[in-house]
Design a protein around this ligand. Sequence first.
Ligand SMILES: [Zn+2]
Length: 248
Amino acid sequence: MHTPTASQLLQVWERGAERSAAASCLWLLGISCDECQPEVLAKLPLGQRDRLLLRLRAQLFGTQMQTVAWCPQCQAMVEAAFDCGDLLAVQEISEAMPLLELASDDRSSVVRFRLPDSTDLLALEGCKDALQAREMLLKRCVVEIESRPSGNGQGTPFPIELQAQIALAMAAADPQADVQLAFTCPDCSHRWEPMFDIAHFLWQELHAWALRTLRDVDLLARVYHWSEADILALSPRRRQAYLEQCVS
Ligand SMILES: [Zn+2]
């Protein structure tokens, strides 16, 4: 994996205004991972995608991550710092992940399914209803339903209980896709564990970085009359040195 150039990052950011964080991060991985074709990246289980995004985040902005959250109990703002390495799940799933299997409680059917990937996230983007989205996701991920002759085999193919069990089995099989942060409120000592979405987090960081970079380009272009391409081609250190000249 190589680090994208400032110019490539700005292109991703610019086009990202019309895309979701999941779509933009997939594109970002596409220009960073020489070893993987875009269609292979899109089909990686989300935990593997997130592992790559954490690596890329460390390359772009360092390993330390700062985030804020609001205490659900007293609404105080809580700041927390994490290391990319702390967010890596111990268990790394293999590239050729076998299908998962789950039997319904009455043993009337066996469901075989794969783990969700980026193509699923993109397909579900328009769906605002969480329950409907879960059902759509299952329809996409379930590869086979084997009904036993002894079972009644009636009713909906994905009863709510089975949907919940499949979701749990997916999370257990791909823990990297289900990372939770640990927060403790300094005011009321309440503890909670919100989900951490590296795609969303990295996209927000990239947005802030792009605005800062364009502001720097604007200043340097005004003072030195260089082109945007020339300014972006400067190393961050050299660019910073020129910026300091401008304000001194
Ligand atoms: Zn609190």
